[in-house]
Design a protein around this ligand. Structure first.
Ligand code: ZN
Length: 679
C-alpha cells in the first residue's frame, strides 16, 4: 500500500485529474527513454516516486483509473484459457536465402516483376524470439496476440501488457492511433542466463535457450509471473494502419519510433550487392549481440512495390530472410579443462590452437558435458571441426578421426571439483556434474545471494553488488560469515552509511530465526526447492535429524524420489557442508522447525536430581530433560539452573540453597514437562 501522506493529494477533483494526466505523460516519457531508447534521464528512485505518486492519486480517485495508465501494467488474476483471435492481416513466413546466389535470384525476380533496374532494400536483424501482433485503438493497446498459424493466434494481452518496452499508449508525437504492429518478443541473453542460474538454485528446471524461455513465458497463464521474467521486444513492421500515408517501409519505421515503439537498428541499401556487403560486415558483430538472431531480413523499401509484387500462399514476394552459414574451421584440441560455473556445474572446455572465426579469435570451445565427449569421441590431441553459430561459445562439431596418429588421449571427467576438491556428482538422469560443496569459492556469491533471497532467509539489502565487494575483498567467504559482519566492515567496503548498515545488520540478525525449511531451501541443495524443503520438514524437525538420514529413509518420505534423496545425502556427506552447518549454528542460525523450537524449551538449562522420584527412575527423568534440550549433571554448582528434589534428598539440597539454585518438587517438575513452561 502506498503511503498517501507522502504526496500532496489535491482535494479538488479537477486538479487531481490534471495531476494524474501530467504524471502519466511524464512516466510514459521516461518509460520510452529507459525501456525503448535505453537513455534514462532520471534516477530509478525519482522514477519510482512518480509511479508511487500516481498510484496514490489513483487510489484516492479510482474513478480516474484508465486501462492505459502506467500503473495498470500487471493485472490481477490469472488467464483461464487463451482465446483465439484473428489477425488484421495474415502473418506470412519469409522465404529463405542461404548464399549470395539465392539473394541474387530474389533480387532478379523483384526487378523483373516490378520492372526496375535497381532496388532499394531495408536490412534488419531477424530476432529469434516469438512473433506477436499488437493492436492499438485510439492510441491504447487493445490486444496482443501470438502469431499462431499466421491467420489466427492466441490472445495474450495481459502478458503483453507487462512488457515495459511496449507502450500501453502510443505517443502524441505520432499520428498513429489505430494500427496493428508486428514484433518479436525475446529474452536478452544476459538476463536469460541470470534467470536460469536462479531457477537452478530454486530447484526448478532451467530453460533450454532464450527462445524457449520467451515462448514459454508468453504463454504462461499468470501475468504476475510474466512480469518478473526479463522479456523485451523489437517491433519490425506495421501490418495495418488507419492514419498516415507512407510511401516507404523506412517511413513507417520512423513513424513507429515516434509512436514510442522499440525498433531495432536497420540500414537502407541500394542494390543487392551493397546488401550482401553489409550482411558480411554484420556477420562479424552478430555473436556479440545481447540477443539471438535467426539471420537477417531484406525488404523492398517501396510500399507500392509490395502491392505490385504481392505474395505466394506462403511468402511475401518483396522480402526474404538471409541465413548465415555457420562458420567452421578445423584446429587442434590441445587440452580439455573444467570450468566451474556459478551454480557449481562442471563444464568441460576444449583448449584450442587459436583460430579466426567470424572475425574473432577462438581459443576455447564448450564440450557441454561428459556424455557429449563420449558421444563424439573427443580426445586430447584430436583435430576437430569447430563451429560458431548464434552462440557465444563455439562448439566442436566433430573430430577428424583420420588425422589421428595414436598419440591422442582419452579424457576422464573428474569426479571432484577442480576449484575446491569436493565431490562433483551427477544426480538422476542429469547430464551435468555438479560440485556439492556449499562453500565452493566458485559458487560463493551465488550461494549467498540465494541464501538471502525472499523465499529463503529474506535478507533485504544483500544484493549482488554488495556481495561482489564483500567476497572479492575476502570479507565473506561463505554463507555463515555474513553473520559476523560488523558496521565497520560495511562502512569500509561499501562506504555504507550508519542507517543502511544498521538496517542490513538487523535483517541479517532477524534471518537467524527463519526456521528449518527456509534454511534447507537457502542452502541451495540441488532439487531442494521451496516446496521440497517444506516436505522434508514434515518428517525432520532439525537439521541434525536430516543430516544423518540415509537414502532409503528419505525415499520413504512422500514426494521424495531417488533423485532428491541422493542429492540430499550427497550434500550432507560432504565434510565442508557439515562444517558450514556447524559454523551457521555457532553464529546463531536456528536450524530446527517451529515445532521443534517450541519443544526444545529447556535448551541450555542445567538440571541436577536428588532423592527418589515416584513417577520416573533417575535415568528416565534425565532422558525426559535431555529430550527437550536440557542437560543433566550430577552435582550442584553455580551454573545449575534447577534442582529436582524427590524422597529423601541428599546433601545437594543444602548446597543448592546456598547457591540460590531454583528448587522443584516432583509435582512442579512433572507439570513443567507437561506444559512446556518454565516454572
Ligand atoms: Zn567446488
Amino acid at each position: 500500500m502506498s503511503d498517501n501522506n507522502e504526496f500532496n493529494i489535491p482535494e479538488n477533483k479537477q486538479e487531481a485529474k490534471q495531476r494524474i494526466q501530467d504524471l502519466r505523460e511524464e512516466i510514459r516519457y521516461h518509460d520510452k527513454k529507459y525501456f525503448v531508447e535505453n537513455q534514462p534521464v532520471i534516477s530509478d528512485a525519482e522514477y519510482d516516486d512518480l509511479v508511487r505518486e500516481l498510484e496514490a492519486l489513483e487510489e484516492a480517485y479510482p474513478e480516474f483509473i484508465t486501462e492505459d495508465s502506467p500503473s495498470q501494467r500487471v493485472g490481477a488474476g490469472e488467464i483461464d484459457e487463451f482465446q483465439t483471435v484473428e489477425h488484421k492481416s495474415v502473418m506470412l513466413s519469409l522465404d529463405k536465402a542461404f548464399n549470395y546466389e539465392e539473394l541474387k535470384d530474389f533480387d532478379d525476380r523483384v526487378k523483373r516483376n516490378w520492372k526496375q533496374t535497381e532496388v532499394e532494400y531495408v536490412v534488419e536483424t531477424k530476432i529469434d524470439g516469438l512473433g506477436v501482433a499488437l493492436l492499438y485503438e485510439d492510441k491504447s493497446l487493445k490486444r496482443g496476440a501470438t502469431r499462431g498459424d499466421g491467420a489466427r493466434g492466441d490472445d495474450i494481452t495481459p502478458n503483453i501488457r507487462t512488457i515495459h518496452a511496449i507502450p500501453l499508449k502510443l505517443s502524441e508525437e505520432s499520428i498513429l492511433s489505430n494500427a496493428e504492429f508486428r514484433g518479436e518478443v525475446y529474452m536478452p541473453r544476459e538476463a536469460f542466463e541470470e534467470m536460469n542460474a536462479k531457477r537452478l538454485k530454486k530447484g526448478k528446471e532451467p530453460f533450454a535457450n532464450p527462445r524457449n524461455a520467451a515462448a514459454g513465458t508468453v504463454r504462461t497463464k499468470d501475468p504476475k509471473v510474466v512480469a518478473k521474467r526479463p522479456l523485451n521486444i523489437f517491433i519490425y513492421s506495421m501490418s495495418y494502419y488507419e492514419e498516415g500515408d507512407f510511401s516507404t517501409h523506412e517511413e513507417t519505421i520512423e513513424e513507429m519510433k515516434k509512436a514510442g515503439l522499440r525498433i531495432n537498428k536497420y540500414v537502407v541499401k541500394r542494390g543487392i550487392d551493397d546488401v550482401y556487403k553489409y550482411l558480411q560486415e554484420f556477420e562479424e558483430q552478430k555473436d556479440a549481440l545481447n540477443y539471438e538472431i535467426d539471420g537477417m531480413v531484406i525488404k523492398v523499401n517501396d510500399l507500392e512495390a509490395h502491392k505490385i509484387l504481392g505474395h505466394t500462399t506462403h511468402h511475401p514476394r518483396w522480402a526474404i530472410a538471409y541465413k548465415y552459414p555457420p562458420t567452421r574451421k578445423t584446429t587442434e584440441i590441445k587440452d580439455i579443462r573444467i570450468s566451474v560455473g556459478r551454480t557449481g556445474k562442471l563444464t568441460p572446455i576444449a583448449i584450442l590452437n587459436p583460430i579466426e572465426l567470424s572475425g574473432t579469435t577462438v581459443g576455447r570451445a564448450s564440450l557441454h558435458n561428459e556424455d557429449e565427449i563420449e558421444r563424439k569421441d573427443i580426445r586430447i590431441g584430436d583435430v576437430a571441426l569447430i563451429q560458431k553459430a548464434g552462440e557465444i561459445i563455439p562448439q566442436v562439431v566433430k573430430v577428424i578421426k583420420n588425422k589421428r596418429d595414436g598419440s591422442e588421449e582419452r579424457f576422464q571427467m573428474p569426479h571432484t571439483c577442480p576449484v575446491c576438491g569436493s565431490k562433483a556428482k551427477r544426480f538422476g538422469d542429469e547430464v551435468a556434474r555438479r560440485c556439492v560443496n556449499a562453500q565452493c569459492p566458485a559458487q560463493v556469491k551465488q550461494r549467498i545471494e540465494h541464501w538471502g533471497e525472499r523465499g529463503a532467509m529474506n535478507i533485504k539489502g544483500l544484493g549482488p553488488k554488495l556481495l561482489d565487494r564483500l567476497v572479492d575483498n575476502g570479507v565473506v567467504k561463505n554463507i555463515a560469515e555474513i553473520y559476523k559482519l560488523s558496521e565497520d566492515d560495511l562502512a569500509d567496503i561499501e562506504r555504507m552509511g550508519h542507517k543502511s548498515a544498521q538496517n542490513l545488520l538487523e535483517e541479517i540478525e532477524n534471518s537467524k530465526s527463519m526456521g528449518l525449511s527456509k534454511v534447507l531451501y537457502g542452502l541451495g541443495i540441488t532439487y531442494v526447492g521451496d516446496h521440497v524443503a517444506r516436505v522434508l520438514t514434515k518428517k525432520y524437525n532439525s537439521i541434525d535429524d536430516l543430516k544423518d538420514a540415509n537414502k532409503k529413509e528419505l525415499e520413504e518420505v512422500e514426494e521424495i524420489g531417488p533423485k532428491i534423496a541422493e542429492s540430499v545425502v550427497s550434500f550432507f556427506e560432504e565434510e565442508k557442508n557439515r562444517d558450514l552447518i556447524e559454523e551457521l549454528r555457532s553464529n546463531g542460525v536456528k536450524m530446527v522447525t517451529e515445532k521443534e523450537k517450541k519443544r526444545q524449551f529447556l535448551k541450555g538449562k542445567k538440571f541436577v536430581f536428588t532423592g527418589a522420584l515416584e513417577t520416573y527412575t533417575r535415568a528416565e527423568a534425565s532422558e525426559k530433560v535431555r529430550e527437550v534440550g536440557g542437560r543433566v549433571t550430577s552435582s550442584v554448582s553455580g551454573e545449575t539452573d534447577y534442582l529436582v528434589v524427590g524422597e529423601d534428598p541428599g546433601s545437594k539440597l543444602a548446597k543448592a540453597k546456598r547457591e540460590g539454585t531454583q528448587i522443584l518438587d516432583e509435582e512442579q517438575f512433572l507439570n513443567m514437562l507437561k506444559t512446556h513452561k518454565l516454572p
